[in-house]
Design a protein. Structure first.
Length: 136
C-alpha cells in the first residue's frame, strides 16, 4: 500500500522554475550593488503608492462655485439614498423579527397566553379551624 509523502505537493515555487527575469549584462552591475541577491532595483519610489490616495491630485486647481454646487447636489443624492436604504433595512428587519417571533415566541408571551386561555378557578371561602368565633 503506497503512502503519500508528508510534504507539500501540488504547487510550484520560484526555485522550481528559476528566476522570473533574465538579467542582461547591465543587470549584473545592479546585482553586485544589491549584494548578489538578484533583487530588482526600484527606480521610481512612487510607483507603489496607494491609488486611492487622492490627497494631492487637485492641489493646483481652484475650487469654484460650480464645484461647490455639484458637491451639494451629490451630498443631497447621497442623503436620499441613505434614507431609502435605512427605511428598507428597517422594514426588512421588522418583517424578519415578526417572522422570528411567530416561529419562536418569547417564554413570557407563551406563559401569558397559556394563563389567559384558561379560566380562573373559583376562589374558596376562607375558613379557620383554630378560632371558634370566625365563620367557616
Amino acid at each position: 500500500m503506497p503512502v503519500a509523502p508528508h510534504r507539500a505537493s501540488g504547487f510550484t515555487t520560484r526555485s522550481d522554475i528559476g528566476p522570473a527575469r533574465v538579467q542582461a549584462e547591465a543587470g549584473a552591475e545592479g546585482e553586485a550593488a544589491n549584494g548578489g541577491r538578484g533583487e530588482e532595483i526600484i527606480k521610481d519610489p512612487d510607483q507603489f503608492q496607494d491609488p486611492e490616495d487622492e490627497s494631492n491630485i487637485f492641489a493646483g486647481t481652484v475650487y469654484e462655485q460650480d464645484d461647490e454646487e455639484a458637491d451639494r447636489v451629490w451630498e443631497s443624492v447621497d442623503e436620499r439614498l441613505d434614507e431609502r436604504r435605512k427605511r428598507r433595512r428597517e422594514e426588512t428587519e421588522a418583517e424578519q423579527l415578526k417572522a422570528f417571533r411567530a416561529a419562536q415566541p418569547k417564554i413570557q408571551t407563551q406563559y401569558v397566553w397559556a394563563v389567559a386561555s384558561q379560566p380562573y378557578p373559583p376562589l374558596r371561602k376562607l375558613t379557620c379551624s383554630r378560632s371558634p368565633g370566625l365563620p367557616t
